[in-house]
Design a protein around this ligand. Structure first.
Ligand SMILES: [Zn+2]
Ligand SMILES: [Zn+2]
Length: 253
C-alpha cells in the first residue's frame, strides 16, 4: 500500500492542544464525509453504487440522521435497502444448507462456522464512511511517522504533544513499522511510547483527583485540570467517544 503525505492538516491538528491529534482529525474527516454523503456525493452514480452495496454503521447512520437532509438520507437508505433485500433473498433461499455453513462457504474456508446468521451480520457489517475515514486516518498516521524524521518543526510539536489515544498509538506504531527503517521505527516507538505513557499517567492522576474531590475534606480545594478527567480518561483509552473532544462541529443545516 502506497501512502501520500498530508502535511497541512496534520500540522494544523498539532497546533491545537489536544489529547490525541488523530482523534481530532478523525472527527473532522467524519464531519466532512457525513456532509458530502448527504450533499453532492449521493447524486454521483459511483458513490450510489458503493453506498447501495455497503451501507453504513450505526454511528454514521446516526450522524447523518442528526443532519436535516431527510430526503438525501431517505433516498440512500431506500436504494441500499433494495440491495440488502436482494442479498437476503439469496441468503434465505435454498435448503438451509447455508445455516450449517454450506459446501461453498466451507470450500472458501472462512465463513463456514456462522452460516446464515453470520452471513446476515456480514451483509450489514460494512460502512462507506468508516472505509473513507480509516483510509484518511492511515494516511495521517503515515504522515506523522514520516514528518517525525523529515520536518524539524513537526518533530518539536510531536515531542511537546500529549501523545495519542491507545487505538491511534497502535496505528502510528504500525505505520512506523511498515514505512520507516528499523532504526527509525525503534526511535519513533521509544519517543511516542514514552510520550503516551507519561500522558496516560497524567490523565490517570487527574482522574484520581476527580474521585478525591467527592471527599468532603477536598470539597473546597481547586479542581485543577480534573473537571473533565472522566471524559479525557475514557477518550485516552478508547479514542474520542465522549464529552467535548468527541463533539462534531456545529451545523445549521
Ligand atoms: Zn485518538
Ligand atoms: Zn461507519
Amino acid at each position: 500500500m502506497k501512502y501520500t503525505l498530508d502535511t497541512i492538516p496534520v500540522l494544523d491538528a498539532y497546533r491545537e492542544d489536544c489529547e490525541c491529534p488523530l482523534c481530532r482529525l478523525r472527527i473532522r474527516c467524519e464531519d466532512q464525509y457525513v456532509d458530502s454523503m448527504l450533499g453532492a456525493a449521493y447524486m454521483e452514480p459511483d458513490c450510489r453504487v458503493k453506498t447501495n452495496e455497503t451501507g453504513f454503521c450505526t454511528r454514521h447512520f446516526s450522524l447523518m440522521y442528526e443532519r436535516r437532509n431527510r430526503l438525501g438520507l431517505a433516498l440512500m437508505t431506500h436504494t441500499h435497502m433494495l440491495e440488502v433485500i436482494k442479498s437476503m433473498e439469496k441468503l434465505l433461499a435454498g435448503d438451509g444448507g447455508a445455516s450449517r455453513g454450506g459446501l461453498l462457504s466451507s470450500l472458501r474456508g472462512g465463513a463456514s462456522s456462522g452460516g446464515t446468521p453470520q452471513a446476515i451480520r456480514t451483509r450489514i457489517g460494512g460502512c462507506v464512511i468508516c472505509e473513507q475515514v480509516d483510509a484518511s486516518i492511515r494516511r495521517y498516521a503515515y504522515t506523522i511517522a514520516q514528518l517525525a524524521f523529515t520536518n524539524a518543526e513537526f518533530r518539536g510539536m510531536l515531542e511537546k504533544s500529549k501523545g495519542f489515544c491507545l487505538p491511534h498509538l497502535a496505528l502510528v506504531l504500525e505505520m512506523s513499522e511498515q514505512t520507516l527503517s528499523a532504526k527509525q521505527a525503534a526511535e519513533f516507538k521509544k519517543l511516542v511510547g514514552e510520550l503516551s505513557l507519561a500522558n496516560l499517567r497524567r490523565v490517570a492522576g487527574e482522574l484520581e483527583w476527580f474521585t478525591l474531590k467527592f471527599d468532603y475534606r477536598n470539597q473546597d480545594k481547586p479542581w485543577g485540570n480534573s473537571r473533565d478527567a472522566v471524559e479525557r480518561g475514557i477518550n485516552k483509552l478508547m479514542g474520542a467517544c465522549v464529552g467535548e473532544e468527541a463533539q462534531m462541529p456545529p451545523h445549521n443545516d
